[in-house]
Design a binder for this molecule. Structure first.
Ligand code: CUA
Length: 315
């Protein structure tokens, strides 16, 4: 799109071109049929108008060929939109394995960004070009929505759970971030900027930032400060299950269900510890709802994810 007529925001991510193409296809198909219908309505109005007061219309009953045609063509077109759209959707919902992590928390009315290395920022997000970035998104109060039009990505920030999104920037520059979910008085002012830098500039920026310890280090400190460590020491006699190797594994619960220990499972098991009690353990863990912020929770879980099984024979 030409910049003198900015119908579209700049396309600055790997998924932007595909998204725009799909969008243009849907608009083109819709426009074609809208024009076709309007033209035919106008033409038929003239062609089949009543010419004499005693005109009687011809009585027409069905046409199999016509009905098959107007069923088949829209079917094919809508299936193209569906399959293509699903493909774009799946690409956008599956972050590449080598993605770097960023943690973003929305609250009335600002965006707080945390880098794994410990640097934090408010209403700005620095990212390197050419590297997939996975964002773990939380909310401290109400629904928000993290929307970066230049990357063609947006995701709801939902209180009580985490969502993820990812992108890979392809252009150095500064692009706006909007809150795209009405969240109160200053919703329209809940703006931020993503600053895309070359990898060298990004490293320099990270090194120059004030770090209060990496996310994992802070998480490890919280693990001790919140006394998680007293019950989750990792041995068989402990009051709580070992957390080593937990992330991504399947957990058996007291009620017989089996669940995968993903981000939201870990989050819920800390905030609302009675929701899913692990088989073989008593429901004695306190709930940390209201006692720990979303940001600290993200650090704590970043640390828990690093806990690997101690040794093969411990299993
Ligand atoms: Cu936050 Cu709208």
């Amino acid at each position: 799109m030409s910049s003198s007529f900015p119908l579209f925001p700049p396309a600055a991510s790997t998924s932007a071109a595909e998204m725009d193409l799909l969008y243009l296809f849907i608009v083109a198909v819709s426009a074609f049929f809208a024009v076709l219908v309007i033209v035919l309505v106008a033409a038929f109005t003239v062609k089949f108008r009543r010419r004499r007061p005693d005109d009687v219309g011809a009585d027409i009953h069905g046409s199999l060929a016509l009905e098959l045609t107007w069923t088949f063509i829209p079917f094919v077109l809508s299936m193209v939109m569906f399959v293509w759209g699903a493909q774009v959707f799946f690409d956008l919902s599956r972050p590449p394995r080598n993605a770097m992590d960023l943690y973003v928390v929305g609250k009335q009315w600002m965006w707080k960004v945390q880098h794994p290395e410990g640097v934090r920022e408010i209403n700005e997000m620095h990212v390197p070009i050419g590297r997939p970035v996975r964002i773990t998104l939380g909310s401290e109060d109400v629904l928000h929505d993290y929307s970066i039009p230049a990357f063609r990505v947006k995701m709801d920030a939902v209180p009580g759970k985490w969502t993820t999104m990812w992108f890979e920037a392809t252009q150095v520059g500064t692009f706006p971030i909007f809150c795209a979910e009405y969240c109160g008085t200053k919703h329209s002012g809940m703006l931020a900027q993503v600053i895309v830098m070359t990898p060298q500039d990004y490293e320099a920026w990270l090194a120059g930032g004030r770090s209060t310890g990496s996310a994992v280090e802070n998480g490890e400190r919280l693990f001790t400060d919140l006394a998680c460590i007293t019950c989750h020491q990792g041995d068989a006699t402990a009051r709580g299950p070992s957390l080593a190797g937990l992330f991504g594994s399947t957990v058996a619960l007291v009620d017989g269900r089996r669940v995968v220990a993903d981000d939201n499972y870990l989050r819920e098991s800390i905030m609302n510890s009675q929701a899913k009690v692990v088989q073989g353990y008593q429901p004695i863990m306190p709930a940390f709802q209201g006692m720990i912020s979303e940001e600290n929770l993200m650090q704590l879980i970043a640390y828990i994810k690093t806990l690997k099984p101690a040794s093969p024979e411990a299993k």
